[in-house]
Design a binder for this molecule. Structure first.
Ligand code: TXA
Ligand code: MG
Length: 314
């Protein structure tokens, strides 16, 4: 335990937002819904508050956090903004896109936020509750997904409580996250080059349409450590590309493969993305000792779904 007592569940209304902001400004940690997944927020300029995020999640301290900003103006105070960033922000912000840029004012953020890197990951989220909290707090908020490190990300309040109850001060119950997958992360090199660090709701082709083709990733270093092979684990063996369940398997279906939980019976990839983590949470608590997942086409947001499925099976 991190010394928290009860975790307060706040309503997604003006009173709940005001209570969350008060806790955050006093240095506490609160889970807040975004359009991708629930985040675990702390003020990004407060080292002690940020340390609580790492402690509550059991997150390795070499894994930096995304900084959530109220608007492009706030982003520009934290990063050295360039033409590529301006084009992407104009098209995709607010929304599920995170930009990795060189840091501007290194004193503005607690060093642990960026894990000592010279860059910072910035996102301007679209969810009205997170937007209201950011606008009212008037400080940037560091927020990773609100789950224990390595586990499945939360897309509803119950997922947050199952993983972090008693370890965080509060959670705002804002219902189900519409996108259901973490933001796309793009690194902008400042020399015109860019790289996709994490696939997500905004597809590589949509970025390339604005910036041209990406650079290859040469470095073997883990640049977005959320890209560690084993992640999003339901805590059980996961078999991919399954068209039927074997004995003692919980089947996650898609399209014509009907499962114990089905991502999308009609084969709709956007619906499947929104349901993926909920199905993995159901699989985690099901009586079956193993998990099987139907094949999902690799088109559109299917590429991000398959990225998460491969990691859940690693
Ligand atoms: O949709 C999302 O992005 C959600 C919501 C809450 O906003 N947040 C999220 O955070 O997914 P998290 O901490 O689970 O994933 C953040 C990822 C990690 O893979 C981390 O390594 C990478 O962002 N990251 C953060 N700062 C970075 C940096 N300066 N350079 C490269 N990668 C960075
Ligand atoms: Mg995460």
């Amino acid at each position: 335990m991190t010394g928290k007592n009860a975790t307060e569940v706040l309503a997604a209304d003006a009173k709940g937002i005001a209570a969350a902001v008060q806790i955050l400004l006093a240095g506490g940690i609160v889970s807040i819904p975004t359009e991708t997944v629930y985040g675990l927020a702390a003020r990004a300029d407060d080292a002690a508050a940020v340390a609580q995020i790492y402690a509550a999640k059991g997150r390795p301290d070499f894994n930096p956090l995304i900084v959530h900003v109220a608007d492009t103006g706030q982003a520009r105070t934290l990063a050295s903004w360039n033409d590529q960033a301006a084009r992407l922000a104009a098209r995709f912000w607010p929304g599920p896109l995170t930009l990795v840029l060189p840091q501007q004012d290194r004193g503005a953020l607690a060093p642990a936020v960026t894990a000592g890197l010279p860059t910072v990951a910035l996102r301007n989220p679209a969810h009205p509750i997170m937007r209201a909290v950011l606008a009212s707090a008037q400080v940037p908020l560091a927020a990773p997904s609100a789950n224990r490190s390595g586990a499945v990300s939360p897309t509803r309040c119950a997922h947050v409580l199952a993983s972090l109850e008693g370890r965080i001060d509060a959670v705002i119950d804002g219902g189900i996250c519409a996108e259901g997958l973490e933001s796309t992360i793009v690194a902008l090199r400042g020399d015109g080059g860019w790289q996709m660090l994490r696939p997500g709701p905004v597809g590589e082709a949509q970025i390339a349409a604005l910036l041209g083709p990406p650079e290859a990733i040469h470095s073997s270093a883990i640049e977005a450590p959320g890209q560690l092979a084993s992640h999003y684990s339901p805590g059980k063996r996961v078999r991919l590309d399954a068209t039927a369940r074997a004995e003692d398997e919980f089947l996650i279906g898609f399209g014509s493969v009907d499962g114990d939980c089905t991502l999308s019976g009609s084969g709709d990839l956007v619906e499947a993305a929104a349901r993926l983590y909920d199905c993995l949470h159901q699989a985690a608590i099901a009586p079956q000792s193993r998990v099987a997942v139907a094949p999902v086409p690799d088109e559109g947001v299917g590429a991000a779904i398959n990225d998460r499925l491969r990691r859940s099976a690693a």
